[in-house]
Each structure stands twice: as structure tokens, then as C-alpha cells.
Design a binder for this molecule. Structure first.
Ligand SMILES: [Ca+2]
Length: 242
């Protein structure tokens, strides 16, 4: 008897849940913010958006504050650097030194490139020794560089001079004539090796790869002016530097 009563009670409760009206379901899913307030769903969503917007505004304020602080730090760094520069200038003046110009002035037809003056004689095609002689006659020598920045500056200059994109290779002041495999600049310094300086022949073996038959360094137009070892009696345009 007792178990029958419990069964009836359970069935009644289940039926009352299933028959809940949509409004009471909605108020369960989106309860009003205030118990005495009967908000519509739209009001509730608007209120949520308002809260979200005020959070975003607070975050924006934090970001603005950070930007202001960064600007302050950068201004301090700039002021400190100008102060150091001013002090150095004053010291140089006290010691009677003139401030060294970083940019060279070059007599035409040489062009200032970084700390040196360059001349690419594009219409002139001769062997390596003659090209070197041509540069020496101009008070210069065939060009050399020690790092990627120097190489990039030279490439930039060559591409400006060769704006017509002529298929002209360019001689550099580098050779392994004295000792096969030991590449030296005309200054006696070791030439840089590997990338990004030396190219490869038709995408195969990396230059320099010509052995005893190729002992002079140049920039190979067909390989985007990467460095290659050429036969010294080949023809290319002299790139002079002083
Ligand atoms: Ca060689």
C-alpha cells in the first residue's frame, strides 16, 4: 500500500515538471538579476552586453596606460642617448678632434656606398687582372666586403647601376690563385664563406667549386649576383672600391 502511494507521488511530480510553462523555463535559464525585477530576455541580454562593454573599456584603459608608460621609457632612452652624444661631441671638441663623418664623400664617377666609394664600369668587360689594373689606375682596387651588410650594400648599388638588367658579371677583389681553396681578398683578409655570399652552379654544388681552373671571384648575374669562382681569364665588369 505504502509503495503504491510513493509511486503515485513520483508520477505526479514528473508530470508537473513536464507541464511547466515556457515562461517559467525561461526564468530558470535566464534568472532576473534582481528578484523584484521582472526582466524580459531582451533586457537581460542588453544588461549582459552593458557589463561586457564596461569590462572592455576597463581593459582599453589599462592598454592606454601601458602605451603611455612605454612612450615615457622611450622618451627617457632618447634623452639619455642625446645626452651621451652631446657629451662625446664636447669631449672631442675639448681634445681638438673633429667629429668623424660616417658617410664618405666620393669624387665622381665614384658613388658613396656605406663607408666606401664604389664604381661599377658596366660597359667594360675584361679579365680579372686587367679589371684590377683599371681600378688601381683610379686610385682604388677591386671591391671586397666583410659581412652580409657590406655584401647587401654592394648588391643594391650594382642593381641600381644595372637597372637595364644587362647580363653582365662583375669582378670582385678575391682570389685563391696563391693557394687553392684559400680565398683571400686583395687586402690579404680571408673572404667570407658559405651563405649568404656564395651561390651554387645550376642549383647543384655550392661555389667555389671550380678547383684549380677557377681562381678569381666574381658576382654571377645568372645566379642573382651570388659569388662564384670564375676562370681568371674570363670577361666581367670591374667593380672598383676605395
Ligand atoms: Ca680555385
Amino acid at each position: 500500500m505504502l509503495s503504491s502511494l510513493a509511486l503515485v507521488l513520483l508520477v505526479t511530480l514528473a508530470a508537473s515538471d513536464a507541464m511547466k510553462d515556457p515562461e517559467s523555463l525561461q526564468s530558470e535559464m535566464f534568472p532576473p538579476i534582481h528578484p523584484n525585477c521582472t526582466q524580459s530576455l531582451t533586457d537581460y541580454i542588453l544588461l549582459r552586453q552593458e557589463v561586457q562593454l564596461s569590462k572592455m573599456a576597463a581593459a582599453e584603459e589599462v592598454r592606454t596606460q601601458l602605451t603611455r608608460e612605454n612612450l615615457q621609457v622611450l622618451t627617457q632612452v632618447r634623452d639619455a642617448l642625446s645626452q651621451v652624444s652631446e657629451t662625446l661631441t664636447q669631449r672631442n671638441q675639448v681634445n681638438g678632434n673633429s667629429v668623424v663623418e660616417t658617410r664618405r664623400t666620393c669624387d665622381p664617377p665614384f658613388t658613396p656606398v656605406g663607408a666606401s666609394c664604389l664604381l661599377l664600369s658596366l660597359g667594360q668587360k675584361e679579365d680579372w687582372a686587367s679589371a684590377r689594373q683599371f681600378c688601381v689606375g683610379k686610385g682604388a682596387d677591386l671591391a671586397h666586403f666583410s659581412d652580409a651588410a657590406g655584401y647587401a650594400a654592394i648588391l643594391d648599388y650594382i642593381n641600381k647601376i644595372n637597372s637595364q638588367n644587362d647580363m653582365v658579371d662583375v669582378w670582385l677583389g678575391g682570389t685563391d690563385e696563391a693557394l687553392e681553396g684559400t680565398w683571400l681578398w686583395v687586402t690579404g683578409e680571408l673572404m667570407p664563406r658559405g651563405t649568404p655570399f656564395w651561390g651554387s652552379s645550376d642549383g647543384y654544388e655550392a661555389a667555389p667549386d671550380g678547383g684549380r681552373s677557377q681562381n678569381c671571384a666574381g658576382l654571377y648575374k645568372r645566379d642573382q649576383y651570388y659569388m662564384h669562382d670564375f676562370r681568371c681569364n674570363g670577361s666581367a665588369a670591374p667593380l672598383c672600391q676605395k
